[in-house]
Design a protein around this ligand. Structure first.
Ligand code: ADP
Ligand code: ASP
Ligand code: MG
Length: 407
Protein backbone atom coordinates (compact mmCIF):
# COMPACT_ATOMS: atom_id res chain seq x y z
CA UNK A 1 0.00 0.00 0.00
CA UNK A 2 1.29 3.39 -0.96
CA UNK A 3 0.20 6.98 -1.04
CA UNK A 4 0.39 8.24 -4.61
CA UNK A 5 -0.11 11.55 -6.37
CA UNK A 6 -1.16 10.97 -10.00
CA UNK A 7 -0.94 13.96 -12.35
CA UNK A 8 -2.59 14.06 -15.78
CA UNK A 9 -1.66 16.68 -18.37
CA UNK A 10 -3.79 18.43 -20.97
CA UNK A 11 -3.76 15.77 -23.68
CA UNK A 12 -4.67 13.12 -21.09
CA UNK A 13 -7.90 14.99 -20.24
CA UNK A 14 -8.54 16.44 -23.72
CA UNK A 15 -12.10 15.07 -24.05
CA UNK A 16 -14.64 12.98 -22.17
CA UNK A 17 -13.28 9.65 -23.44
CA UNK A 18 -9.86 10.56 -22.14
CA UNK A 19 -11.29 11.70 -18.82
CA UNK A 20 -12.96 8.28 -18.58
CA UNK A 21 -9.61 6.68 -19.31
CA UNK A 22 -8.04 8.71 -16.49
CA UNK A 23 -10.85 7.69 -14.14
CA UNK A 24 -10.17 4.03 -14.97
CA UNK A 25 -6.49 4.43 -14.18
CA UNK A 26 -7.23 6.15 -10.89
CA UNK A 27 -9.80 3.51 -9.99
CA UNK A 28 -7.23 0.79 -10.64
CA UNK A 29 -4.83 2.31 -8.10
CA UNK A 30 -7.61 2.80 -5.55
CA UNK A 31 -8.73 -0.82 -5.97
CA UNK A 32 -5.15 -1.96 -5.49
CA UNK A 33 -5.45 -0.46 -2.01
CA UNK A 34 -3.46 2.73 -2.51
CA UNK A 35 -4.31 6.16 -1.18
CA UNK A 36 -4.58 8.42 -4.20
CA UNK A 37 -4.73 12.16 -4.87
CA UNK A 38 -5.04 13.39 -8.44
CA UNK A 39 -3.87 16.62 -10.04
CA UNK A 40 -5.18 17.60 -13.47
CA UNK A 41 -4.42 20.23 -16.09
CA UNK A 42 -6.93 21.96 -18.32
CA UNK A 43 -8.04 20.19 -21.51
CA UNK A 44 -5.29 20.61 -24.09
CA UNK A 45 -5.54 23.87 -26.01
CA UNK A 46 -7.82 25.51 -23.44
CA UNK A 47 -5.14 27.45 -21.55
CA UNK A 48 -3.64 28.64 -24.85
CA UNK A 49 -7.03 30.02 -25.88
CA UNK A 50 -7.51 31.75 -22.54
CA UNK A 51 -4.05 33.34 -22.73
CA UNK A 52 -4.77 34.47 -26.29
CA UNK A 53 -7.98 36.19 -25.28
CA UNK A 54 -6.17 38.18 -22.58
CA UNK A 55 -3.46 39.18 -25.05
CA UNK A 56 -5.93 40.16 -27.72
CA UNK A 57 -7.82 42.46 -25.38
CA UNK A 58 -4.66 44.09 -24.07
CA UNK A 59 -1.02 43.02 -24.51
CA UNK A 60 -0.10 44.72 -21.23
CA UNK A 61 -3.04 43.33 -19.25
CA UNK A 62 -3.27 43.23 -15.46
CA UNK A 63 -1.64 40.00 -14.28
CA UNK A 64 -4.28 39.45 -11.57
CA UNK A 65 -7.06 39.41 -14.14
CA UNK A 66 -4.97 37.17 -16.43
CA UNK A 67 -4.85 34.66 -13.56
CA UNK A 68 -8.59 34.94 -13.03
CA UNK A 69 -9.08 33.96 -16.66
CA UNK A 70 -6.39 31.32 -17.25
CA UNK A 71 -7.03 29.40 -14.02
CA UNK A 72 -10.52 28.46 -15.20
CA UNK A 73 -9.46 25.59 -17.47
CA UNK A 74 -8.53 23.40 -14.51
CA UNK A 75 -11.81 24.08 -12.72
CA UNK A 76 -13.64 22.31 -15.54
CA UNK A 77 -11.44 19.21 -15.57
CA UNK A 78 -11.45 18.64 -11.79
CA UNK A 79 -15.25 18.71 -11.77
CA UNK A 80 -15.54 16.40 -14.78
CA UNK A 81 -13.02 13.91 -13.42
CA UNK A 82 -14.73 13.88 -10.02
CA UNK A 83 -18.04 13.13 -11.77
CA UNK A 84 -16.43 10.35 -13.86
CA UNK A 85 -14.91 8.80 -10.72
CA UNK A 86 -18.13 9.02 -8.74
CA UNK A 87 -20.04 7.44 -11.64
CA UNK A 88 -17.55 4.56 -11.59
CA UNK A 89 -18.23 4.12 -7.87
CA UNK A 90 -15.07 5.80 -6.58
CA UNK A 91 -15.49 8.33 -3.77
CA UNK A 92 -13.96 11.55 -5.15
CA UNK A 93 -14.11 15.29 -4.54
CA UNK A 94 -12.80 18.24 -6.55
CA UNK A 95 -10.56 20.91 -5.03
CA UNK A 96 -9.61 24.29 -6.46
CA UNK A 97 -6.31 25.80 -5.37
CA UNK A 98 -7.88 28.21 -2.86
CA UNK A 99 -9.87 25.42 -1.25
CA UNK A 100 -6.85 23.28 -0.36
CA UNK A 101 -5.36 25.95 0.07
CA UNK A 102 -2.29 26.09 -2.15
CA UNK A 103 -0.63 29.27 -0.87
CA UNK A 104 1.66 31.14 -3.24
CA UNK A 105 3.54 34.41 -3.38
CA UNK A 106 1.99 37.34 -5.20
CA UNK A 107 3.85 37.06 -8.52
CA UNK A 108 0.71 36.70 -10.60
CA UNK A 109 1.20 34.67 -13.76
CA UNK A 110 4.31 32.95 -12.40
CA UNK A 111 3.66 32.54 -8.71
CA UNK A 112 5.78 30.36 -6.44
CA UNK A 113 4.18 27.83 -4.12
CA UNK A 114 4.91 28.77 -0.52
CA UNK A 115 2.86 26.24 1.44
CA UNK A 116 0.19 23.63 0.97
CA UNK A 117 -1.95 22.51 3.86
CA UNK A 118 -2.07 18.77 3.35
CA UNK A 119 -3.71 17.48 6.55
CA UNK A 120 -7.34 17.65 5.41
CA UNK A 121 -6.46 15.92 2.13
CA UNK A 122 -4.57 13.21 4.02
CA UNK A 123 -7.59 12.67 6.27
CA UNK A 124 -9.84 12.27 3.24
CA UNK A 125 -7.42 9.94 1.51
CA UNK A 126 -7.24 7.79 4.62
CA UNK A 127 -11.05 7.56 4.48
CA UNK A 128 -10.75 6.26 0.92
CA UNK A 129 -11.73 9.49 -0.83
CA UNK A 130 -9.80 10.70 -3.87
CA UNK A 131 -9.08 14.44 -3.86
CA UNK A 132 -9.02 15.76 -7.44
CA UNK A 133 -6.95 18.93 -7.23
CA UNK A 134 -6.75 21.68 -9.85
CA UNK A 135 -3.20 22.03 -11.12
CA UNK A 136 -1.59 25.34 -12.06
CA UNK A 137 -3.48 27.47 -9.52
CA UNK A 138 -3.16 28.75 -5.99
CA UNK A 139 -4.08 31.69 -3.83
CA UNK A 140 -1.84 34.69 -3.26
CA UNK A 141 -1.30 36.95 -0.24
CA UNK A 142 -3.83 39.35 -1.76
CA UNK A 143 -6.44 36.58 -1.45
CA UNK A 144 -6.74 36.35 -5.23
CA UNK A 145 -6.26 33.39 -7.56
CA UNK A 146 -2.69 32.97 -8.81
CA UNK A 147 -1.22 30.71 -11.50
CA UNK A 148 2.17 29.05 -11.43
CA UNK A 149 3.47 29.70 -14.97
CA UNK A 150 2.84 27.58 -18.06
CA UNK A 151 3.16 23.88 -17.46
CA UNK A 152 2.65 24.59 -13.74
CA UNK A 153 0.45 21.58 -13.03
CA UNK A 154 3.62 19.51 -12.71
CA UNK A 155 4.67 21.82 -9.89
CA UNK A 156 1.22 21.52 -8.30
CA UNK A 157 1.61 17.74 -8.32
CA UNK A 158 5.10 17.69 -6.80
CA UNK A 159 4.19 20.29 -4.17
CA UNK A 160 1.10 18.29 -3.28
CA UNK A 161 3.11 15.07 -3.12
CA UNK A 162 5.48 16.74 -0.65
CA UNK A 163 2.58 18.18 1.39
CA UNK A 164 0.75 14.85 1.75
CA UNK A 165 4.05 12.95 2.19
CA UNK A 166 3.31 10.76 -0.83
CA UNK A 167 5.49 7.75 -1.61
CA UNK A 168 5.66 8.81 -5.22
CA UNK A 169 4.44 11.34 -7.76
CA UNK A 170 3.47 9.89 -11.15
CA UNK A 171 3.31 12.34 -14.04
CA UNK A 172 1.08 10.86 -16.75
CA UNK A 173 1.46 12.47 -20.15
CA UNK A 174 1.32 11.81 -23.90
CA UNK A 175 4.81 10.27 -24.13
CA UNK A 176 5.94 7.21 -22.18
CA UNK A 177 8.92 8.80 -20.50
CA UNK A 178 11.81 11.21 -20.74
CA UNK A 179 13.77 10.83 -23.97
CA UNK A 180 17.21 11.96 -25.11
CA UNK A 181 15.30 14.72 -26.93
CA UNK A 182 11.73 15.50 -27.90
CA UNK A 183 10.60 12.27 -29.64
CA UNK A 184 8.19 14.31 -31.77
CA UNK A 185 11.14 15.99 -33.47
CA UNK A 186 13.61 13.14 -33.48
CA UNK A 187 11.95 9.75 -34.05
CA UNK A 188 15.25 8.08 -33.16
CA UNK A 189 15.31 9.65 -29.68
CA UNK A 190 15.87 7.03 -26.96
CA UNK A 191 13.86 6.63 -23.77
CA UNK A 192 15.87 7.05 -20.57
CA UNK A 193 14.92 4.55 -17.87
CA UNK A 194 16.51 6.83 -15.31
CA UNK A 195 17.64 10.41 -15.37
CA UNK A 196 19.22 12.39 -12.53
CA UNK A 197 17.42 15.34 -10.94
CA UNK A 198 20.31 17.57 -12.02
CA UNK A 199 20.10 16.61 -15.69
CA UNK A 200 16.30 16.70 -15.73
CA UNK A 201 16.39 20.12 -14.12
CA UNK A 202 18.82 21.43 -16.70
CA UNK A 203 16.90 19.87 -19.62
CA UNK A 204 13.61 21.29 -18.33
CA UNK A 205 15.11 24.72 -17.76
CA UNK A 206 16.30 24.89 -21.36
CA UNK A 207 12.98 23.84 -22.84
CA UNK A 208 12.22 20.09 -22.45
CA UNK A 209 8.54 20.58 -21.68
CA UNK A 210 7.99 17.04 -20.45
CA UNK A 211 8.46 18.37 -16.89
CA UNK A 212 8.18 21.96 -15.76
CA UNK A 213 11.48 23.28 -14.36
CA UNK A 214 10.28 24.26 -10.91
CA UNK A 215 8.59 20.91 -10.40
CA UNK A 216 11.94 19.17 -10.82
CA UNK A 217 13.66 21.69 -8.57
CA UNK A 218 11.10 21.07 -5.83
CA UNK A 219 11.18 17.28 -6.28
CA UNK A 220 14.97 17.39 -5.88
CA UNK A 221 14.76 19.56 -2.77
CA UNK A 222 11.93 17.64 -1.11
CA UNK A 223 13.16 14.20 -2.24
CA UNK A 224 9.90 13.43 -4.08
CA UNK A 225 10.16 10.27 -6.19
CA UNK A 226 9.12 11.36 -9.66
CA UNK A 227 8.09 9.13 -12.51
CA UNK A 228 7.05 10.16 -16.04
CA UNK A 229 4.77 7.74 -17.85
CA UNK A 230 2.12 7.43 -20.53
CA UNK A 231 -1.55 7.82 -19.75
CA UNK A 232 -2.38 5.86 -22.89
CA UNK A 233 -0.16 2.77 -22.63
CA UNK A 234 0.73 0.43 -19.80
CA UNK A 235 4.52 0.61 -19.87
CA UNK A 236 7.15 1.49 -17.34
CA UNK A 237 8.11 5.15 -17.57
CA UNK A 238 11.24 7.09 -16.68
CA UNK A 239 12.37 7.61 -13.11
CA UNK A 240 13.99 10.82 -11.96
CA UNK A 241 16.58 9.80 -9.37
CA UNK A 242 19.70 10.89 -7.51
CA UNK A 243 22.85 11.13 -9.59
CA UNK A 244 24.54 8.34 -7.64
CA UNK A 245 21.75 5.91 -8.54
CA UNK A 246 22.94 6.05 -12.14
CA UNK A 247 25.91 3.86 -12.84
CA UNK A 248 27.26 5.30 -16.04
CA UNK A 249 26.88 8.81 -17.34
CA UNK A 250 27.19 9.57 -21.03
CA UNK A 251 28.93 12.89 -21.67
CA UNK A 252 25.73 14.28 -23.16
CA UNK A 253 22.43 12.87 -21.93
CA UNK A 254 20.00 15.02 -23.86
CA UNK A 255 19.25 17.83 -26.29
CA UNK A 256 16.53 20.41 -25.72
CA UNK A 257 15.12 23.34 -27.64
CA UNK A 258 12.97 26.30 -26.78
CA UNK A 259 11.08 28.63 -29.05
CA UNK A 260 9.79 30.56 -26.07
CA UNK A 261 12.50 33.21 -26.08
CA UNK A 262 12.95 36.44 -28.00
CA UNK A 263 16.19 38.25 -28.69
CA UNK A 264 16.62 41.90 -27.74
CA UNK A 265 19.57 44.03 -28.85
CA UNK A 266 20.31 47.47 -27.47
CA UNK A 267 22.47 49.33 -29.98
CA UNK A 268 25.17 51.69 -28.83
CA UNK A 269 24.70 51.53 -25.08
CA UNK A 270 27.12 53.88 -23.25
CA UNK A 271 30.11 51.76 -22.12
CA UNK A 272 30.36 52.82 -18.49
CA UNK A 273 29.98 51.24 -15.06
CA UNK A 274 26.41 50.72 -13.90
CA UNK A 275 24.75 50.46 -17.31
CA UNK A 276 24.06 46.72 -17.08
CA UNK A 277 22.68 47.22 -13.58
CA UNK A 278 20.31 49.92 -14.86
CA UNK A 279 19.11 47.88 -17.87
CA UNK A 280 18.58 44.61 -16.04
CA UNK A 281 17.37 46.35 -12.88
CA UNK A 282 14.57 48.00 -14.88
CA UNK A 283 13.61 44.63 -16.38
CA UNK A 284 13.69 42.87 -13.02
CA UNK A 285 11.40 45.47 -11.48
CA UNK A 286 8.94 44.76 -14.30
CA UNK A 287 9.18 41.03 -13.46
CA UNK A 288 10.85 40.24 -16.81
CA UNK A 289 13.31 37.34 -16.62
CA UNK A 290 16.46 37.61 -18.69
CA UNK A 291 18.30 34.51 -19.85
CA UNK A 292 21.28 34.65 -22.24
CA UNK A 293 23.33 37.85 -22.25
CA UNK A 294 26.21 39.00 -24.47
CA UNK A 295 28.00 42.28 -24.51
CA UNK A 296 30.82 43.24 -26.81
CA UNK A 297 33.95 45.11 -25.88
CA UNK A 298 33.15 48.77 -26.40
CA UNK A 299 34.66 50.68 -29.29
CA UNK A 300 33.95 54.44 -29.30
CA UNK A 301 32.60 54.65 -25.76
CA UNK A 302 29.55 52.58 -26.61
CA UNK A 303 28.73 48.91 -27.00
CA UNK A 304 25.93 46.61 -28.21
CA UNK A 305 24.13 44.50 -25.63
CA UNK A 306 22.11 41.44 -26.64
CA UNK A 307 19.98 39.29 -24.36
CA UNK A 308 16.95 37.03 -24.43
CA UNK A 309 13.65 37.34 -22.58
CA UNK A 310 10.57 35.13 -22.63
CA UNK A 311 8.46 35.83 -25.74
CA UNK A 312 5.47 36.54 -23.54
CA UNK A 313 7.51 39.23 -21.76
CA UNK A 314 8.81 40.87 -24.94
CA UNK A 315 6.17 43.63 -25.13
CA UNK A 316 6.72 44.45 -21.46
CA UNK A 317 10.50 44.54 -21.95
CA UNK A 318 10.17 46.83 -24.97
CA UNK A 319 7.80 49.07 -23.04
CA UNK A 320 10.04 49.33 -19.96
CA UNK A 321 13.25 49.89 -21.91
CA UNK A 322 11.58 52.25 -24.36
CA UNK A 323 10.43 54.45 -21.49
CA UNK A 324 13.95 54.44 -20.00
CA UNK A 325 15.77 55.04 -23.31
CA UNK A 326 16.79 58.64 -22.52
CA UNK A 327 18.13 57.68 -19.10
CA UNK A 328 19.92 54.54 -20.34
CA UNK A 329 21.26 56.37 -23.38
CA UNK A 330 21.14 53.57 -25.98
CA UNK A 331 20.55 54.42 -29.63
CA UNK A 332 18.02 51.77 -30.70
CA UNK A 333 16.22 48.65 -29.50
CA UNK A 334 15.93 45.74 -31.93
CA UNK A 335 13.61 42.84 -31.10
CA UNK A 336 13.65 39.45 -32.85
CA UNK A 337 11.11 36.83 -31.74
CA UNK A 338 12.11 34.36 -34.48
CA UNK A 339 14.87 32.61 -32.56
CA UNK A 340 15.30 29.24 -30.91
CA UNK A 341 17.61 28.17 -28.13
CA UNK A 342 19.20 24.78 -28.62
CA UNK A 343 20.99 23.17 -25.67
CA UNK A 344 23.02 20.06 -24.97
CA UNK A 345 23.01 18.78 -21.40
CA UNK A 346 25.01 16.16 -19.54
CA UNK A 347 26.72 15.77 -16.16
CA UNK A 348 29.56 14.03 -18.01
CA UNK A 349 30.59 17.47 -19.34
CA UNK A 350 32.16 18.20 -15.99
CA UNK A 351 34.97 15.84 -16.82
CA UNK A 352 35.13 16.02 -20.63
CA UNK A 353 36.53 18.71 -22.87
CA UNK A 354 35.43 19.41 -26.43
CA UNK A 355 31.67 19.16 -25.93
CA UNK A 356 31.01 22.71 -27.11
CA UNK A 357 33.33 22.22 -30.05
CA UNK A 358 31.37 19.18 -31.25
CA UNK A 359 28.26 21.32 -31.11
CA UNK A 360 29.73 24.21 -33.07
CA UNK A 361 31.13 21.85 -35.71
CA UNK A 362 27.83 19.97 -36.15
CA UNK A 363 25.94 23.26 -36.59
CA UNK A 364 28.55 24.64 -38.99
CA UNK A 365 28.24 21.54 -41.16
CA UNK A 366 24.53 22.30 -41.53
CA UNK A 367 25.30 25.95 -42.24
CA UNK A 368 23.46 27.12 -39.13
CA UNK A 369 24.63 30.46 -37.80
CA UNK A 370 25.08 30.84 -34.03
CA UNK A 371 23.82 34.17 -32.66
CA UNK A 372 24.50 33.87 -28.92
CA UNK A 373 26.26 31.24 -26.80
CA UNK A 374 25.95 30.50 -23.09
CA UNK A 375 27.34 27.71 -20.95
CA UNK A 376 27.03 26.26 -17.49
CA UNK A 377 28.82 23.38 -15.80
CA UNK A 378 26.61 20.75 -17.44
CA UNK A 379 25.10 22.60 -20.42
CA UNK A 380 25.94 24.49 -23.60
CA UNK A 381 23.23 26.57 -25.27
CA UNK A 382 23.17 28.46 -28.55
CA UNK A 383 20.65 30.81 -30.07
CA UNK A 384 19.84 30.24 -33.76
CA UNK A 385 17.15 31.34 -36.25
CA UNK A 386 13.90 29.56 -35.34
CA UNK A 387 13.60 28.02 -38.82
CA UNK A 388 16.61 25.82 -38.05
CA UNK A 389 15.24 24.34 -34.81
CA UNK A 390 14.50 20.81 -36.03
CA UNK A 391 17.56 20.61 -38.23
CA UNK A 392 19.82 21.70 -35.37
CA UNK A 393 18.28 19.30 -32.83
CA UNK A 394 18.57 16.33 -35.23
CA UNK A 395 22.13 17.19 -36.19
CA UNK A 396 23.21 17.42 -32.55
CA UNK A 397 21.38 14.25 -31.56
CA UNK A 398 23.40 12.41 -34.20
CA UNK A 399 26.66 14.25 -33.46
CA UNK A 400 26.62 13.16 -29.81
CA UNK A 401 25.83 9.55 -30.70
CA UNK A 402 22.39 9.61 -29.11
CA UNK A 403 20.39 8.17 -32.04
CA UNK A 404 18.64 4.89 -31.30
CA UNK A 405 17.89 2.29 -33.94
CA UNK A 406 15.69 3.53 -36.83
CA UNK A 407 12.01 2.84 -36.19
P1 ADP B 1 1.28 17.51 -20.50
O1 ADP B 1 0.16 18.23 -21.15
O2 ADP B 1 0.96 16.07 -20.20
O3 ADP B 1 1.86 18.23 -19.34
P2 ADP B 1 3.44 18.45 -22.16
O4 ADP B 1 3.06 18.79 -23.56
O5 ADP B 1 3.61 19.56 -21.21
O6 ADP B 1 2.40 17.38 -21.62
O7 ADP B 1 4.80 17.58 -22.14
C1 ADP B 1 4.90 16.43 -22.91
C2 ADP B 1 5.61 16.75 -24.21
O8 ADP B 1 6.96 17.09 -23.94
C3 ADP B 1 5.73 15.59 -25.18
O9 ADP B 1 4.59 15.48 -25.99
C4 ADP B 1 6.98 15.92 -25.99
O10 ADP B 1 6.67 16.45 -27.25
C5 ADP B 1 7.67 17.01 -25.16
N1 ADP B 1 9.08 16.75 -24.88
C6 ADP B 1 10.08 17.66 -25.03
N2 ADP B 1 11.26 17.15 -24.71
C7 ADP B 1 11.03 15.88 -24.32
C8 ADP B 1 11.89 14.82 -23.86
N3 ADP B 1 13.20 14.99 -23.71
N4 ADP B 1 11.32 13.64 -23.55
C9 ADP B 1 10.00 13.45 -23.68
N5 ADP B 1 9.14 14.40 -24.11
C10 ADP B 1 9.65 15.61 -24.43
N1 ASP C 1 -2.96 24.26 -18.12
C1 ASP C 1 -1.70 24.90 -17.80
C2 ASP C 1 -0.90 25.16 -19.05
O1 ASP C 1 -1.33 24.82 -20.14
C3 ASP C 1 -0.90 24.13 -16.80
C4 ASP C 1 -0.37 22.79 -17.29
O2 ASP C 1 -0.86 22.25 -18.28
O3 ASP C 1 0.54 22.26 -16.64
O4 ASP C 1 0.14 25.75 -18.97
MG1 MG D 1 3.15 19.87 -19.18
Amino acid sequence: MARIVMKFGGTSVADLDRIQNVATRVQREVEAGHEVAVVVSAMSGVTNQLVKWCQELSPLHDAREYDTVVATGEQVTIGLLAIALQTAGVDARSWQGWQVPVRTDGAHGKARVEAIEGEELIRRMQMGQVPVVAGFQGIGPDNRVTTLGRGGSDLSAVALAAAVRADRCDIYTDVDGVYTTDPRIVPRARKLERISYEEMLELASVGAKVLQTRSVELAMKQRVRLQVLSSFEDKPGSLVVDEDEIVEHPVVSGIAYSRDDAKVTLRRVPDRPGVAASVFGALARANVNVDMIVQNIGADGSTDMTFTVGKTDLMRAQDVLGKAQAELGFEALLADPDVAKISVVGVGMRSHAGVANTMFRALAEKNINIQVISTSEIKVSVLVAADYTELAVRALHTAYGLDGPAA
